[in-house]
Design a protein around this ligand. Structure first.
Ligand SMILES: Cc1ncc(COP(=O)(O)O)c(C=O)c1O
Length: 433
């Protein structure tokens, strides 16, 4: 079959071209890790959701541009981008140069560098709603700070959040039922469904004068489920209700940030939050996060005591400034969405030619993808695993990420791998799916 997408022509031969990788060194190292690290690889890099785990690499050795290499020497086009932070491509020359130059002057010092002010100026100039910026390390640091500021500003306790939303790992974010979380941690959390204005109105009516903040991602991107954009007028109505009832509106832009709109995802959806949280793409892999806010919350933000040993490191700030400048120069969100559209619409056509429905939801720069033919998700899991073991790294439980370094050659190779895998699965399952 032939696939054509702007500027790229691709035709598929009847022969399978790709060979599957083996992961002997990864598996051996994992066995060593199990003896000294709880569950070998804890957290979101854990192999637990990789199905089947024997088809995935566990340890990376190096990375460049849109690719990384594992410790067995296998090369992958990386469609997870370290779960979001890599936005310009690994080892981006300008970003690394800025980081090295700052490092040669100083990094972790007894006072912040001048770079902290420069970065705050540039970030507030970039994000439309931002009047000030506060820097930390992880996304969860700033989603937690946002909630503390909302409580301090309002003198109220309750926080409304979306079922299935993810804001980090503090107990209140995880929810009751997770190991280590006690009922009191979530006593002031009210969970409502995404896109459900009525439930927000009901929560306000049931808790008069008690809701400090509403926190949500710009669009809903849960794991193991399709992504969902806001319904028409959703954010505008949420904004109205928050203003009317004195509730602080917090946008968690940790994942979507700089992948939808350079001015912030709230701009993309046409509303103005009070606080917005950034991390991941803000520094192309260097450890830094930011909370930005409106002027009205600046004094209270100054009163909340919140800090960490490494939060003033100058190197990640220099890397972040260089990243933001390059993101703006490229208008990277538009570029990544263009790349993602070309890539995934091509894969969709290839899958369709085998009778597989490759469903893409969310933004093309960070789509959630699912082959819908098998509702149990087993076929999709197998498709992702087979692609990964041929060099296109896809997970089946989480949204993927596209970085600005993905080339036409990467797209061609991904299409070729997708075609090989569809062919293999068709041969294996015939018309069962
Ligand atoms: C939307 C969102 N918010 C917050 C976080 C937490 O960020 P971190 O893991 O850096 O603490 C994440 C991480 O994936 C996220 O996707």
């Amino acid at each position: 079959m032939k696939v054509e997408a702007k500027g790229i022509k691709y035709s598929v031969s009847s022969k399978s071209k790709s060979k599957t990788y083996t992961y002997t060194k990864s598996q051996k190292l994992f066995q060593r890790a199990l003896k000294v690290i709880p569950c070998g690889i804890p957290g979101h890099f854990s192999p637990a959701p990789f199905v089947p785990p024997t088809m995935y690499p566990f340890y990376a050795e190096r990375s460049k541009g849109s690719h990384f290499w594992d410790i067995d020497g296998n090369e992958f086009i990386d469609y997870m981008c370290a779960y979001g932070p890599i936005v310009l491509g690994y080892n981006h020359p300008q970003v690394e140069k800025a980081a090295q130059e700052q490092n040669s002057k100083g990094n972790c010092m007894t006072a912040p560098g001048k770079i902290m002010v420069e970065l705050a100026e540039y970030l507030t100039d970039t994000i439309a709603m931002a009047d000030w910026a506060f820097f930390a390390k992880n996304g969860g640091d700033v989603t937690n700070l946002a909630v503390m500021i909302a409580r301090a500003a309002t003198g109220r306790k309750k926080i409304v959040m979306i079922k299935g939303g993810y804001h980090g790992v503090a107990p209140w974010m995880q929810g009751y039922g997770h190991y280590g979380v006690i009922e009191e941690d979530v006593a002031n959390i009210i969970d409502i469904e995404w896109n459900n204005i009525k439930q927000f109105e009901e929560a306000i009516a049931a808790n008069p004068g008690a809701i400090a903040g509403f926190i949500a991602t710009p669009y809903h991107h849960p794991t193991f489920a399709d992504s969902e954009f806001p319904a028409d007028g959703y954010w505008q109505r949420i904004r109205e209700l928050c203003t009317q009832h004195g509730i602080v509106l917090i946008i968690d832009d940790v994942r979507c940030g700089f992948r939808l709109d350079i001015r912030g995802s709230a701009e993309y959806f046409g509303f103005k939050p009070d606080l917005a949280c950034y991390c991941k793409a803000i520094a192309n892999g260097h450890p830094i996060s930011a909370l930005v806010g409106v002027d009205a919350l600046k004094t209270v933000a100054a009163k909340v005591f919140y800090t960490g040993s490494y939060w003033y490191q100058a190197v990640p700030m220099a890397a972040s400034l260089a990243t933001l400048k390059e993101l703006r120069r490229l208008n990277a969100p538009v570029l990544m969405n263009k790349i993602g559209k070309k890539l995934f619409e091509g894969v969709k056509k290839i899958c369709a030619s085998y009778g597989y429905d490759f469903k893409v939801t969310g933004a093309y720069s960070m789509p959630y993808v699912r082959i819908t033919n098998d509702p149990s998700n087993m076929l999709h899991q197998e498709w992702c695993a087979e692609c990964t073991a041929r060099g296109a790294y896809f997970t089946s439980h989480h949204n993927w990420f596209v970085c600005a370094a993905v080339s036409d050659k990467d797209i061609q190779k991904t299409w070729s791998i997708a075609d090989d895998v569809c062919k293999l699965l068709k041969k294996k399952y015939g018309d069962k799916f």
